[in-house]
Design a protein around this ligand. Structure first.
Ligand SMILES: C[S@@+](CC[C@H](N)C(=O)[O-])C[C@H]1O[C@@H](n2cnc3c(N)ncnc32)[C@H](O)[C@@H]1O
Length: 227
C-alpha cells in the first residue's frame, strides 16, 4: 500500500452514533468498523467499555507515518472543503475552524490509542472484501465514508463483495453515506439492494440525524437472511 495515495481523515464516536443511528444497546454489541482509518470511534468506545475492532489497510504503517501523513494533507483537505463550502451543512460543525478542531481532535485520539489498540487486536490490517475474521465474529459491521462515497473507484461487484463479506462476519451491517463524492445518490445503491434482497437479505434505507455533506442524511441497514 502506498500511504501517499491515502488522505487520512477521521470522525468521532458521536458522529458514528449519529451516522449509524447507534442506540445505547447497539454500543454494547461487538462492533466491526470497516475502513475506520484514523477515526476515533474505536478509541472512544473502548475507553467507555465497548467492544470495537477496526479493519483498514492503513494499519500496515506505524503511528509516526500516519501522523506525518495527516500533517502533510490536512491543510489541503480543509482548503478544498472551504472552496466547496456550499456543498456542506454548517450547523453542528459551524465553520472550517470547527471542522479542523473536530477532525484533528479525532485523529489525535486515534493516534494516542493506535499502539495500544494494535497490540490488543483492535486495529487490524485488512481490506474489504477480504475480512480476516471468522463467520459471526461480530454483531454489527459498520462502514463510514468508503462504500457508496467512492463509487467512482469501487464498482458494483466490489460493493456487492464487500457487503457480502460484512454480512458473513456479522448478521447486520450499516453503511453511511449513500451519496457519492458528487453529492448524487450512488448508482450502486438500488442494484445492490435488489441483488441482496434477491439473495434473501433484508435492506432498508434509514433517515439519520447526521448531515454534513449536503443531502447525506440516510444510511443503508442490512440484515442477513435467517437460517
Ligand atoms: C475517507 S476514510 C473514512 C475513515 C472513517 N471511516 C471515517 O468515517 O472517519 C476511508 C478509509 O477507507 C480505507 N479503505 C480504503 N479501501 C479499503 C478497503 N477495501 N477495505 C477497508 N478499508 C479501506 C482507507 O484506508 C481510509 O482509511
Amino acid at each position: 500500500m502506498q500511504l501517499d495515495e491515502i488522505v487520512p481523515w477521521g470522525r468521532t464516536l458521536e458522529e458514528y452514533r449519529e451516522m449509524f443511528a447507534l442506540s445505547d444497546a447497539d454500543l454494547d454489541l461487538r462492533l466491526l468498523g470497516c475502513g475506520d482509518g484514523p477515526a476515533s470511534a474505536n478509541a472512544e468506545l473502548t475507553a467507555r467499555g465497548g467492544r470495537m475492532v477496526s479493519v483498514d489497510p492503513l494499519y500496515q504503517v506505524p503511528a509516526g507515518a500516519i501522523r506525518d501523513r495527516i500533517r502533510a494533507t490536512a491543510d489541503t483537505v480543509l482548503s478544498q472543503t472551504e472552496a466547496n463550502r456550499d456543498q456542506y451543512v454548517w450547523t453542528t460543525i459551524p465553520d472550517i475552524a470547527g471542522l479542523a478542531l473536530l477532525r484533528l481532535g479525532a485523529m489525535g485520539l486515534f493516534l494516542n490509542d493506535y499502539g495500544v489498540g494494535r497490540a490488543a487486536g483492535r486495529y487490524i490490517v485488512g481490506r474489504l472484501p477480504d475480512l480476516p475474521f471468522g463467520d459471526d465474529s461480530f454483531d454489527l459491521a459498520l462502514c463510514s465514508h468508503l462504500l457508496f462515497l467512492y463509487s467512482a473507484y469501487l464498482g458494483f461487484e466490489a460493493h456487492l463483495a464487500a457487503v457480502r463479506a460484512m454480512l458473513r462476519v456479522a448478521p447486520e451491517a450499516r453503511i453511511f453515506p449513500l451519496l457519492d463524492l458528487d453529492n448524487n445518490v450512488s448508482g450502486h445503491l438500488e442494484p445492490l439492494r435488489r441483488a441482496l434482497e434477491g439473495e434473501g437479505h433484508y435492506s432498508e434505507v434509514v433517515p439519520v440525524e447526521y448531515e454534513f455533506q449536503k443531502g447525506a442524511n440516510q444510511m443503508l441497514r442490512l440484515r442477513r437472511k435467517e437460517g
